[in-house]
Design a binder for this molecule. Sequence first.
Ligand code: ADP
Ligand code: ZN
Ligand code: ZN
Length: 740
Amino acid sequence: MTVARVVLDIPSKELSSAFDYDVPDSLREDAVIGCAVLVEFGSRRAVGHVVAVADSSEVANRKPVIAVLAPPRFDEVAADLARWIAQEYVAPLSDAIRLLLPPGSVPEVVKNDSGWVLKPPPVSAAEERVVEVVEGHHFAPGTNAHRQRAVLDALTTGPVTMGELTAALGSVASTVKRLEQAGAVRVSLRRRFRDPDVRERSAPRHERLSGGQRDALEAIRVAGPGACVLLHGVTGSGKTEVYLRAIAEELARGRSAIVLVPEISLTPQTVGRFRSRFGEQIAVLHSRLSAGERFDQWDRLASGQARVAIGARSALFAPVHDLGLVVMDEEHETSYKQSSAPRYHARDAARRLVAARGAKLVLGSATPSMETLHSCRTGETACVVLDERVGGGTLPEVEVVDMGQEFLNGNRSIFSDGLARELRGVAERNEKAVLLLNRRGFASFLLCRECGHVPGCDRCSTSLTFHESGSLLVCHHCGARSIAPPACPQCGSPYLRRFGAGTQRVAAEVSALVPGLPVVRMDADTTAAKGGHEHRLAEFELLESAVLVGTQMVAKGLDYPEVTLVGVVSADTTLHLPDVRSGERTFQLLEQVAGRAGRGERPGRVIIQTYWPDHPAITAVARHDPSLFYTSEDADRSALTFPPYGRMANIIVTSHSLVDVKACSGHVARALGERVPERWEVLGPVPAPLARVKDRHRWHVLVKAPPGTALPEMVRRALKEVKTPRGVTLAVDIDPLDLA
Ligand code: ADP
Ligand code: ZN
Ligand code: ZN
């Protein structure tokens, strides 16, 4: 007897386990792990994926597999990884299995000559029609002879695509059709490898490595199967060159590699560096490709034609053969955590994957996450520090301005005197400046303009979030709530105000300050359109002298030698996020900004405006000494048992009905409270920082557990008991990176 364990691919159905089906003799050869099958589920037919094959089953009355729809698309190790993701992140197994399927897969079947098959993959956009002359055919023009002649002339130097013909001659479809019917030309579909976003860029191979680079490469070489190595190196320290060499060594051994970069860094420049080294062995998986193009890239990896996959988070599941190395650049980036189910973190999933495949994991960052640094201390990760820029270059001068002091001196503008002066200087010297507003739309807080005090929670050391409705201050960790005070609790000033200016306002103030200096705005509004991000940056690049005003995303576009001034309008916005990681985020952002300014010939200058000038995240950047931040932050996390010294789960309840949301989140908190062991904490329910989205109310419950405990399992069991009324949605975020 052969039994297939099948995960049903039913959209919006939260099926958390696999079902057993009998495999008829006729299908025994084909029904293997990873293939898609057609089965009966209830009274309907459904597509499923085989995750295991067994020779016995405890389930009685099994139904048979009706048909095998597609050859295997994943193996046992991948299926195990999906199972782990579903368990660890309390997500439906079918959602986890989808991570492994080719892009564009839909659980639909069609009937063809050989029976039922899976609906074919999306038509490749990289497929094109090619026209060529049929040798030896005697051409006898009939009507419309000159058009036909023109087409044939265009084909004399060799085959030409329809696209090129049309570009040269205008619409030629009917003419080509006539020629084809006459047997004069042949039209065929050609699949051409096309990667529209990739510009080839020559990247020299550096023969002489720096000391740090040699150490890094050696650490990777000696790392055993399943091991992890962190390259802790400033921007420009040559980490990418190390990745390239380590990959080359794996390829020489016949193995493959996966390179993960944050979505926003998946630029033509980045990909170009890898392509210039590895050419056609590269497959790029990214969301800007059409479904067909993405399928092509996936297929090139699955067939073994390509052996280096580059992509964002989900490229971790690329079907490479014999995985030897996973590289994760900018490992601290939050985009490595998926924000919809399954809410997995690619770094943790990568650790599992390399262990299972006997491969290695290389993490790189100038500002590693607290989690990764912790794993270096426990010995789980090897750490190599690259503390020098290979090309030399001086670090910019960083000046911190105390905005509370500015206010006391009578300056009520959003620019300090120093920043205003520098902006005028930029205009006079015909240079460029970047103004950064590290603003996150959802969380607002109160800040005293005179003393800089921000009301915070005594228990959690995080800022209280201001909720306009009812003028409430809420702690999003423990749920403490209070009425917002009318004056500053610390100094009594009445200037206790809601904080934060938008890019629009900053742009307007720049124009008022320096009339005539062009201002380019870059934020979620101005870059919403496809390619908007690149457009804005290109606009800025073309201007001779200009100011770029934007949110976090501009930090990535700071690689301009001609930028001589970077102003951080307010470091406080991220410092006061209702989140344990607010200090870490601020440090990472400021460090990135400081690391990128002044890369050209003229020295760079960074001005950080803040009401909290002695916060370790700020002093560490100002004094170019990261340990100032890491040491103090680590002590705080440890004292409050926050990650990496504890685990968290965030359960978010949403509905149109506030009554339902309150009731249901109350049930969630009670179900959890009754189950969790003594040292755990259940906090809430409270309104989420983003208390309302698209007319849905959002409340959340937070669970804090010691490290190494079965937090996901506990949450799963507790939630099983909670009945969700119609229209109420529960989302579980294990190890959340933010509490939005
Ligand atoms: P990172 O990835 O750490 O930011 P890169 O690998 O991009 O650093 O290196 C920064 C610059 O230095 C690149 O232009 C790269 O080509 C160059 N570079 C890297 N390694 C060397 C080397 N050993 N000698 C000279 N230049 C190098
Ligand atoms: Zn005050
Ligand atoms: Zn609190």
